[in-house]
Design a protein around this ligand. Sequence first.
Ligand code: NAP
Ligand code: MG
Length: 496
Amino acid sequence: MAGAAAIPAEIPDTLRGWLEREHGHFIGGEVVPSASGKTFETFNPANAEVLAEVAYGERAEVDQAVRAARDAFADSSEWRRMLPSARAECMLKLAGLLLANGEDLAHLEALDNGKPVKFARRVDVASSATYLRYFAGWITKIEGAVLPVDHPAMHAYTRLEPVGVCAQIIPWNFPLVIAIWKVAPALAAGCTIVLKPAEQTPLSALRLAELAIEAGFPPGVLNVVCGDGATGSLLVDHPDVDKIAFTGSTGVGREIAAKAGGALKRVTVELGGKSPNIILPDADLDSAVKGAFTGLYFNSGQVCSAGSRLLAPRDRLEEVAEGLTAQVAKAKVGPGLDPGTFIGPLVSAEQKSRVESYIEAGRAEAELVCGGTDVDSPGYFVSPTLFTTEDDDVSIVREEIFGPVLVLQPYESLDEVAERANAGEYGLAAGIWSRDISSVHRLAAKLRAGTIFVNGWGTSDPAAPFGGFKSSGFGRDHGQAGLMGYLEHKSVLINL
Ligand code: NAP
Ligand code: MG
């Protein structure tokens, strides 16, 4: 049911004007309503009020967007004829436009997702521009090779060509950043895109697509269709999509990878995690505790690579628990627009109840150290919570909670901790806190995870490939590996 949108007073006027507009899809360079007129609501997690109404995409809109992307990818299209330096120029311009509109975008992320505006500014907006600049640099350096073929009279070389029309489906935890993680390498490769943001946070993707037109990308190169899982599913099934790039839950990723396999579409899936963070006996405990705290509670724990399972030497366990409790006590829980907030609300009522059910399970299967209390607000708040347990087989140790809930566990030896850290189904990230260089390298080699953080947690860099081992998915975002996910290798063999 449609309710009147309630837009908080303390946001930039330019953003207010934008929010009050109609929010259609963005197809072929234009804002397009749904043929059916169907819409859905997106909420402000800080107060549970409706923030905006957005067009809901069905088959007609998915078809229209894929057609626009296909037309923009045609041999003779403006996009395909654009010189590499001009494409790079568009991408650099888009990075500049994100920063120029940074206050609006940071407030938009704070309102739609709930995250603290100060982090949205420093992390979401700033790093989005950094990723675009990094991939802008690749555009003029995508090279094939001359091949040393075993033939007396042949000239052979490779061309790296864009895979084509990409369906990109993203989650709600970093709506703008993850959109950029997908869009930037695809554009660098010369692909065209239909992006489907999460139903909880569709707004920044729509603004991004408008800014891409302002930056000079031709219409149809970046299209956005809004909607829910059914919309995403139509996009995955569309016969004219060449590649699917998905970030989200392991369950949906499994389904998408299976469908892509059946249709032999290219696919990359970046999925969930339950990442172990290991404090070695020699670690600087003060920085390890602070790093473990932000490594989990940042973004209210809604981070795929969150360090959600902390392992400490048995004789340091109490000290670590005390340090974390002190950090939790200092962290202000509040609305994202409040400049003092460290922990904002969760994204949705559904996510809040999911996390609360893990806290309930935790009370039965582990020991509550701090948190677990109700927050007096209509918003989707969950207080930062810490458990300890020795048992590796309980749900809060094994499953991804995706909320501000950390579980602390003791261990005895390096071999034992490596084995326990590797025992789970996921393999997205792992962390090591130590100043002992040989232990660090030995453990970094043993841990089965796509990213190993040492003496820090959460750094994401456009040059460093990011993705999962095991059920955390396959394929990589970022770096040359990320770019290669959008390129086909073509061998040209010429008899001379
Ligand atoms: P999700 O439910 O899997 O949704 C992700 C996206 O897929 C959303 O846009 C969603 O639409 C869409 N979707 C849902 N069902 C679909 C289907 N059957 N076919 C096609 N698309 C479908 O995940 P989420 O709850 O939004 O996000 C949290 C999860 O993402 C966590 O598990 C987290 O670990 C993971 N994540 C991973 C990474 C990484 O890089 N590895 C990064 C961030 C998050 P709706 O809008 O309707 O849900
Ligand atoms: Mg919202």
